[in-house]
Design a protein around this ligand. Structure first.
Ligand code: FMN
Length: 379
């Protein structure tokens, strides 16, 4: 595969970067065999006392924390207490522009799916309580290990995709998504209590781009509005130049130098802001699929479910080397959300725009280590 820019790397390069991020030392295979212990997927109900999640907490949390999050803020923290791992929203990492915490909670939902998948990899069905304690608003979920059940081949493929899944902001390869992947992504969204609304190539796509174009024009009229200034300040805060050792935020290798509108692409968030930090965009054909992730409602539980749907779809796609570009900036406008809802997604509330296509390369971004994310009895 010819390299066409700094973001497009061969697979050996991707593996080297995984090493650089310390993921290669992490074993994301379902079970680590320990001397004298049966392989964890082979536990039987009769002999099983359930796994000690505290003992595996670093592994479980590192899988969860590979989730996508707005600006790579990683707005989550975990507590570990023997039988359960609790997921909290870390509001100190909530963006100012994310007034309701919607994008923070979608991000946490994505981490929750990773945590569930990691528990599956121990050979158990996870037990999940959403918002288990109404007196603690930031406690989003409590996850334990339920009945033993071996991981499926599908789940194993998703787990193996965790290290190389990434948000893709460069060109896609020509051609459609493989096989029945798109239908499976739709099924994944439904299974998690959300919907993936695929935007048809003709009038539907034009309607979407018209809505986004009028939003862009409105923003261009008010470049010095307090909202625009805040948006730019948050991008400055959460982006890093090449060579930075930061383990959160969006590194320059992950965004294009100019966020101009590439033909056939939705407008992208401008992470570069004229600094010329990013990679030169390499053009290429438009993504074969544009879609909207739709939640059932506009409440925290719907957002948490949408986030789980997001990570489930992204991991299934990544298991076939299909990646997504994600856009939420226009959807911060209630007017844009209601226009999309009334003309394109009548079944629910649009949360996130996705552009999906095949990319045979990977360039993951950094994550904070499990120890920095964890508080509680086990630590
Ligand atoms: C709720 C949410 C909103 C996001 N919004 C955008 C966006 O507007 N533009 C964009 O390029 N990426 C967006 N992303 C992708 C994040 O920037 C990305 O997940 C993060 O930088 C980590 O990188 P990774 O996905 O490659 O691991 C969003 C992700 C989430 C979960």
């Amino acid at each position: 595969m010819p390299a066409s820019g700094p973001c497009r790397q061969d697979l050996a390069g991707a593996a080297r970067r995984l090493l650089a991020f310390g993921l290669a030392g992490r074993d994301f295979r379902p079970c680590r065999r320990r001397p004298g212990r049966p392989e964890c997927e082979q536990v039987t109900k009769a002999s099983d006392k359930g796994p000690d999640l505290a003992e595996r907490a670093d592994y479980l949390i590192e899988v969860a924390a590979r989730a996508p999050s707005v600006h790579n803020t990683q707005p989550w923290r975990f507590t570990v207490s023997g039988p359960a791992i609790e997921l909290y929203a870390d509001v100190s990492r909530q963006l100012m522009e994310d007034l309701t915490g919607r994008e923070m909670i979608i991000s946490c939902g994505a981490a929750l799916f990773g945590l569930r998948l990691a528990v599956r990899s121990l050979g158990y069905q996870p037990t999940v309580e959403l918002f288990p304690d109404p007196s603690q608003r930031r406690l989003l979920a409590r996850v334990g290990a339920g009945r033993p059940e071996p991981m499926t081949a599908d789940e194993r493929a998703m787990l193996q995709a965790v290290p190389h899944r990434h948000t893709h902001r460069d060109a896609f390869e020509p051609g459609p998504l493989p096989g029945d992947l798109l239908q499976r992504l739709r099924d994944d969204a439904v299974a998690e209590g959300a919907t993936l609304a695929v935007i048809g190539a003709g009038p539907e796509y034009q309607r979407l781009t018209a809505i986004l174009a009028s939003w862009s024009r409105w923003r261009d009229l008010y470049p010095t509005s307090p909202a625009e200034i805040q948006t730019r300040a948050e991008i400055f805060r959460w982006t890093h130049e090449t060579g930075s050792q930061a383990r959160d935020g969006v590194p320059a290798h992950a965004f294009p130098a100019s966020a101009g509108r590439a033909a056939g692409r939705l407008p992208q968030r401008d992470f570069d802001l004229g600094r010329d930090w990013g990679f030169p965009p390499s053009g290429g054909p438009p993504p074969p699929v544009t879609a909207v992730l739709v939640a059932h409602g506009e409440d925290e539980e719907s957002w948490l479910r949408a986030g789980q749907a997001l990570q489930r779809m992204l991991l299934r796609a990544a298991s076939q080397w299909v990646f997504a570009g994600l856009q939420t900036q226009p959807l911060q406008s209630t007017s844009v959300r209601s226009q999309i809802r009334s003309s394109l997604t009548p079944t629910g509330s649009p949360q996130l725009l996705l552009e999906l296509g095949v990319v045979r390369s990977s360039h993951p971004t950094g994550r904070r280590p499990a120890g920095d994310l964890t508080t509680g009895e086990a630590r």
